[in-house]
Structures are given as C-alpha cells and as structure tokens.
Ligand binder design. Sequence first.
Ligand code: SF4
Length: 159
Amino acid sequence: MENIVIKPHHLLDILKLYGKGIENFVPDINYKHNFYLIANMIVNGKVEFIRFTRDCDDICRPCKYCKTEKCYDVVAFLNGYSKDQYNKEIDDELLKIWSLRFGMDYNFKDILVMLSKELNYHLFKKVWKYEQEYAIQFRNAFTIMGSYKVFLNYMSIEG
Ligand code: SF4
C-alpha cells in the first residue's frame, strides 16, 4: 500500500474518468505528468493514506509546467488565466466544503466514505462555477459513479 500527496481536484478528476469507463490510465506524452501512475494506484486499491495539497502534488512533479511548487500552465477557456490560481480556488473550496485540512494524512477509505455522502450536483455547480451546465452534470454523474466503483474495489480487496 502507498501514501500519496494530491490536489483535491486531481482526485475528483481521476474518479470522473474512471466512472466514465477508463480502466487503465496511460502516460501523457505532452505534459509528462504522473496522472496515469497515481490514477492507476488509486483505482486499483493501492492507496492507504492520502494527503491533500494546493501546491504541486505527486501527479505534477515530472510535469513540464511544474516549477518551484507552482503550475505555470494557463486555462485556455479563461483567456490564459493562471492554472495555478484557478486550481487553488477550486481546491480551497473543496476542502472547505469537506471540512478537511491540507497537509494532513487521511485514510483513503475514510475519504471514499466521505465522498459518498458529499458529492452532489450542488457541490460541482458551486466549485466549477466557470463550467457549462452540461459539463457540470457530466462531472457530477461520472465522479459519483467512479467513487462508488473505487470504493467497491477497496472493499473487495479487504474481503
Ligand atoms: S503542473 Fe499544472 S499542468 Fe502540470 S500536472 Fe500539475 S496542475 Fe497539471
């Protein structure tokens, strides 16, 4: 079992894609980040403890945009707004809603149980406030689906 450091929205992105049907994550040859590695660990029941951060996480480390703990990419649909700032706004809001803290280790199964209670349309609508309506509904449905699938994976490993 592994311990990971992750941005809250990265966790939800992984659950969304898993809920959509991606079972095996592959490397991104452009960004060169570790999204695939951490995603495969999460969905395959390999994570014991999870620590949330608003700075560069275990996914970001090898990314070409990760420098000095900051993301230097931009958000194309927001006219080049700083992705670092955009992500921090989302991640701060998520931890506030969940009443969790950055820098603390949480048992990942406890986080999955928490998510089964906390994920809903209103959360996605509030946090992803710049997204189109269809994208929010998509995000909501598939993230919930993915979180239940991952929860079942961890339960089946436990036996
Ligand atoms: S550094 Fe930025 S672009 Fe790269 S993985 Fe992290 S958040 Fe994504």
